[in-house]
Design a protein. Structure first.
Length: 285
């Protein structure tokens, strides 16, 4: 087990009239290689939760274990090598004079030779599809998509075990969104990085995650595979969430047309397309 959260609670502005309990007795576990989707409506505590994983926030109550070591009191610097963190608008994290320097920033304390540093920067840039010919440019010369790639490269250059993406696709068009999430898939597959994706989109969570954590008012409401979580549509609706439309459609079709052996666990357009092509090809008859 890679990350274990035990009875985590956190309150903002404790002892003031603005006191707000953002996390209330949260417990769960994440295994190495998981792609975890954290979902829930605005203000339910998603960002507060993940900011505990890299030392940005410290628990009021409860414990966080990374590789069985308690990290309650570890600071951001110490955790940077283990937990990479991409914020909502990651390009705002860029501030050096060239893209190269930005990507290499976190390596400053690693005491690497110039060659080793260069190798790490190029590897990270390649991993996110950043155009290497732009490395010596100022970040201000880059397109939105390239900026975002550069920012993510600056996080994964540390070779983290976990990559936390907090709404990484905010403000991007659907193509840009798919691109970012496809990088995450690639990083998981090729480098074994565990991915934690905070998202408002059930579609994205269904498409990418093998484990879904549904948050509601600072608590874990549901946890499990997408199939298990989407099964309880009523419970999701009660807390203002839905299931992907395609999941509802295929569930209804599977009941109405049992003769076609329709897979009830179809949650994405891609899965639906594959299924329909197989069906039209006659394999399911
Ligand atoms: N710095 C802060 N000071 C005081 N209250 C805060 C602070 N940050 C968040 N909160 C409050 O804590 C609760 C949880 O906020 P959080 O940002 O974790 O939610 P979220 O699920 O990430 O929401 P969103 O989907 O909008 O990003 C909210 O009620 C929010 O108003
Ligand atoms: Mg948030």
């Amino acid at each position: 087990m890679l990350l274990r959260i035990e009875h985590l609670s956190y309150t903002y502005m404790k002892g003031t009239p603005f006191e707000k309990k953002a996390l209330d007795d949260v417990s769960f576990e994440i295994d190495k290689g998981d792609f975890v989707g954290i979902i829930g409506h605005t203000g339910c505590g998603k960002s507060t939760l993940v900011q505990h994983f890299n030392g940005l926030l410290k628990p009021d109550e409860g414990n966080i274990f990374l590789n069985e070591q308690c990290i309650n009191n570890s600071n951001i610097k110490a955790l940077r090598k283990s937990v990479g963190f991409v914020f909502q608008y990651p390009e705002h994290q860029l501030f050096e004079s060239t893209v190269y320097k930005d990507i290499a920033f976190g390596l400053k304390n690693e005491k690497l030779s110039k060659e080793e540093e260069q190798q790490r920067v190029i590897q990270a840039a390649n991993a996110v599809g950043f155009d290497l010919s732009l490395l010596e440019n100022s970040i201000y010369d880059l397109s939105g998509g390239q900026k975002r790639r550069a920012a993510i490269a600056g996080v994964i250059v540390m070779n983290p075990q976990i990559l936390v993406l907090d709404e990484p696709a905010a403000g991007l068009d659907p193509l840009g969104r798919d691109e970012i999430l496809d990088f995450a898939v690639k990083l998981r597959k090729e480098y074994g990085i565990t991915i934690i994706l905070v998202s408002h989109s059930m579609e994205d969570v269904a498409k990418y995650a093998n484990k879904v954590i549904v948050m509601n008012e600072g608590k874990v409401e549901m946890i499990g595979s997408p199939g298990k979580v989407f099964e309880d549509e009523d419970r999701l609706r009660k807390i203002g969430l839905g299931v992907p439309q395609i999941a509802t459609l295929f569930k209804k079709l599977s009941v109405a047309y049992p003769q076609y052996n329709i897979d009830r666990e179809i949650f994405t357009v891609e899965e639906a397309t594959r299924f329909l092509l197989r069906l039209l090809g006659g394999e399911n008859k």
